[in-house]
Design a protein. Structure first.
Length: 86
């Protein structure tokens, strides 16, 4: 994991620290919004795949016997669980 190191200055003013903090909060919000948009786009694409793909369901060898969804499509990689996509 990459850990960002914040540069600190010995005689940095409180105002300057607060300004930098504010910029970080704004950037965090922008990135969170972008992640949310990407998640929504992915959901829409999965819905489209669910309805358009001619699924070829295969058993997922990584699943255990108590998993709810044991199959996935070899073409589009969606799980065989309609409620996840519609």
């Amino acid at each position: 994991m990459n850990v960002l190191k914040v540069e600190t200055y010995e005689n940095e003013s409180v105002e300057n620290i607060l300004e930098r903090k504010s910029k970080i909060e704004i950037e965090k919000y922008r990135l969170q919004k972008k992640v949310f948009q990407l998640i929504q786009m992915e959901k829409e694409l999965n819905k489209k795949l669910w309805t358009t793909c001619k699924h070829d369901w295969v058993l997922d060898s990584a699943c255990s016997s108590d998993d709810l969804c044991k199959r996935y499509c070899s073409k589009c990689q969606l799980k065989n669980m309609k409620s996840m996509y519609i």
